[in-house]
Design a protein around this ligand. Sequence first.
Ligand SMILES: [Zn+2]
Length: 349
Amino acid sequence: MFNRSRNLGYPSVATIASKSPSCIAADPLVKHGGRATHERRAAGLLALCAMLPCVAGGTPALSPACALKAGASDEQDRKGLCGFDAAKRSFDSTPADQAKCLLRAPTIAVRSLSKPDVPAELLARVGTKTTPTISQVEKYLSAHHVIDADVGGPVRNPISADYFVIHDTSSPNCSEPKACPKIGEFPSNMNSADWVENKTFSHHKPPNSGHAKAAHVMTNRVGDSFTVVDLKESVSHVKFDYCIEKESKRGLFVGVENIQPRVGEPAVPNPGVSPNDHIAPIPGFTDEQYTRLALIYVVASVRRGHWLVPAYHAVIDWYFADGHDDPQNFDLPQFSTSVSTITAAMATL
Ligand SMILES: [Zn+2]
């Protein structure tokens, strides 16, 4: 996510389309507690789509929330960056090739994407039948004192998703006044259990806290997770699934938001200038966070019966104006290793 604005006026489609992605005024649709955040904004955009004709007979809508990047075509809108086929409910080519396309890391403010660099172990896994059994997953969860309600819902309930979308919350933005103890600095305790964002899961916990649903599950930076919506339910967390041909994508994408604070560049905004949120911490996520995210991926894949194709949010929404830049600084080899470690442990149960 990038370019959050405090502007409360809706930009016109023409205004959005005329600007480059890096200078688009952030959508002003969601502002919560003085801070517009990634997941709050996504949910707000969805709410707007519910009010406006985001899809009209397969034609891209004249909704600000669903506007495309300047120069993007209707065909690019339908297919995305990786050749989506609505009839097949799938991106183009094999699951491994899809993963190569969908896991290109976004640079700061989504100025570009990296070249494909997916670990061979993960490429060999995606799309194949899952090897842990439901019973093994349940034993593993029990042994690690994890309840399935915290990792997406009952393990024995099947899901329909084929894609596992990885997000970062891009919040709080510590370059915004009062968002963090020191403006322009990441909190010193952001990887500790006493950081408020780790307690509240970016204010989604407790359930029904009034916070708009931003994804299926959220991870915090100390290795815990919180289910917002069961993985078998459909909730939009990417523009690609609610802005175009949305019926063909219902229940196809599960999403996990991973808490990651941001600061702007510059870290302390110039007077009268709203901060951006371009800069993520290095490393972007904690070891514990990778372990929990990998566990959610395993659970989701076992519930589906085959390994889902992981995808980055920034790639999925590539052709949309005011797209997202997440996840930033995601260590794909560490994620893949965590998945392998968990599945190996499950195999012994
Ligand atoms: Zn996202």
